[in-house]
Design a protein around this ligand. Sequence first.
Ligand code: TPP
Length: 332
Amino acid sequence: MDGAGQPALALDDRGLPADRLLEAYRQMVTIRRFEERALDLYRAGELRGSTHPYIGMEAVAVGVCLALEPGDYISSTHRGHGHTIAKGGDVRRMMAELLGRATGYSGGKGGSMHIADLDRKMLGANGIVGGGIGLAAGAALTAKLQRTGAIAVSFFGDGALNQGVLHEVSNLAAIWSLPVVFVCENNQYAMSAAAAWTIAGGDPAKRAAGYGIPGVTVDGMDVEAVARAARQLVARARRGEGPSYLIASTYRFVGHHAGDPLNYRPKDEAERWRARDPIRLLGERLVARGMATADDLAAIDAEAVARIDDAVAFAKASPPPTVDQLLTDIYA
Ligand SMILES: Cc1ncc(C[n+]2csc(CCOP(=O)(O)OP(=O)(O)O)c2C)c(N)n1
């Protein structure tokens, strides 16, 4: 235990191999282009309901999922597209869901906030703030009881850090030593409420001390830093040593949702974060280490754009759900 009463945790600082980093770059660019297209579709009136962009936060989902095995579980939030893509989700079925088509992940009936892919162990996006936290702990409990060796990750925002469910679940996860990593994406705001005004005790990672588990804060704009920390916490969970908190400091570059006028954030603050765009940071690092050329990165970007074009074309060519389909999978 260290001075704060938390178990000591040695984080290693090894870089990731070139193939993993290039794959991370590809995924981050795919998320960015997916989100930009979703915003365009919303503005064009083709995407109904709302959508919550992940632009600026890509290094968190991708860095954490780099540390996971295919059999590991994730649960997500209302801002779930990045998590789904990072866990290997199909952008065609995602886009079809956004556009309300029968070929979408939820048959076109759920929209942006209701995408799940159980084949990829992605337990679902969630319109209820904090709603995925208990789901991930439940999956971790199942994995532990069935001795499958899987672990679970719950992604949630700084706003959800103040939800009662997190306290209850953290307590149970700690006493039962569940293989779960609680990943708080601290993008500094819950809608328009700044984290600095709303999180008692100041430092979110310190809350872990109350449960006697590690709480690690990481630069959420640096995908390698996220992956290194996640690798340690995931390995710890897999060894049966229990849960932990990973707090990733990040920023959403755009509004809370597609229609947010963003009048509550200082401009210079947004500019400071934008200067550390996670995709540009990784691109510069790949070039500096001789792992890719600028042309390679441009080709990856072009591929991502083509993948999203194809997803939109697939979605638009797909039919909406029939009246009969509208009445299936409905629970009341
Ligand atoms: C239980 C619940 N309370 C309130 C809301 C309304 N709401 C939707 S998103 C949001 C803010 C969430 O902020 P945070 O958890 O930090 O995630 P972020 O949007 O920053 O990713 C709120 C309050 C909700 N959907 N569910």
